[in-house]
Design a binder for this molecule. Structure first.
Ligand code: NAD
Ligand code: MG
Length: 282
């Protein structure tokens, strides 16, 4: 069986995704993507590293958050899943996979732009899991715009509320419940270091997330709580065809990376066996 421990060439081990032009309304559904995102559902093998842990993951219905939820469950954690109500279809599929791993899945739909909702989410997590020791602030909003003048005040506000304020509200609410040994993980982005001209608002939220993470890590380390950020490069997820990229840019998505591709599904064994692969088009 192929899993994340299989020795493979990372350049050819995963599919070269060349997504056809497509678009979905925000927030986008994994079930409507062509091709589908890779969530590790067929490959991730747990080894008990999170046995008995209690995790709250935002944006757990799809993309990076869903992959995290599946991996955490297979490592032994119970998971509270936050997502938007219109993503129920994606969320139900992930909850099923968590339960199949023998862990508890608690679905809590709601809009994180609302501070009261963030507080309720943490309360629900603590009640349903009997505590909390992992908080993953992963939900995010990304809408590409050609010019600064195209970003409305409302959109700017929504991007900051989703990416930055919700992280603050959730972390503040969760902190009194987190025992020593707990972990807070924030999803930032390559955009924090290398902003695209079309993502000025989004990229600046990721800069804020980095800085927040580093400051809070110093504050909480003496209490035994680790605070880290993960900065992905381009990953094929519903965020991208639902406004995250300009539609015409999708077929080239991720080709600028050193391995010449976005993060995606493992290639079929037949394809990986036929090494060397042709170099990806640039
Ligand atoms: P995704 O669309 O699968 O996940 C984003 C999730 O955010 C959605 O599923 C949704 O549930 C949640 N969300 C958005 N607005 C919300 C709101 N108002 N209330 C509640 N939930 C809300 O896409 P993804 O790429 O997996 O994104 C996850 C994180 O990864 C984001 O923070 C994104 O910025 C970051 N990221 C993605 C990439 C990439 O290339 N896909 C690269 C770097 C960082
Ligand atoms: Mg989603």
């Amino acid at each position: 069986m192929t899993d994340q421990y299989t020795f493979r060439n990372p350049v050819t081990a995963y599919e070269q995704v060349e997504p056809p032009e497509q678009s979905q309304p925000e927030p986008g559904l994994d079930s409507k993507m062509m091709p589908k995102a890779d969530l590790g559902e067929d490959t991730y093998r747990g080894t008990g590293r999170l046995d008995g842990r209690k995790a709250l993951i935002t944006g757990a219905d799809s993309g990076i958050g869903a992959a995290t939820a599946i991996a955490f469950a297979r490592e032994g954690a119970d998971v509270v899943m936050s997502y938007l109500p219109e993503e129920e279809e994606d969320a139900a599929r992930i909850a099923e996979l968590i339960e199949k791993a023998g862990r508890k899945a608690v679905k809590v739909p709601g809009d994180l732009k609302d501070s009261a909702m963030c507080r309720q989410l943490v309360e629900t997590a603590v009640r349903e899991l009997g505590g909390l020791d992992i908080l993953v602030n992963n939900a995010g909003k990304q809408v590409a715009q050609e010019a600064l003048g195209d970003i409305t005040d409302v959109e700017f506000d929504h991007t900051y509320k989703t990416n930055v304020y919700a992280m603050f509200w959730l972390t503040k609410e969760a902190l009194p419940h987190l025992p020593a040994g707990s972990s807070i993980i924030n999803t930032t982005s390559i955009q924090a270091y290398s902003p695209s001209e079309t993502l000025v608002d989004y990229a600046s939220t990721k800069g804020a997330i980095n800085n927040f993470t580093k400051g809070l890590a110093q504050q909480l380390a003496p209490k035994g709580i680790r605070v880290n950020a993960v900065a992905p490069g381009p990953i094929w997820t519903p965020l991208q065809p639902s406004g995250g990229q300009r539609t015409q840019d999708l077929p080239e998505f991720g080709k600028e990376t050193p391995v010449g591709r976005a993060a995606s599904r493992p290639s079929s064994p037949r394809r990986t066996c036929s090494w060397p692969q042709p170099s990806p088009a640039t």
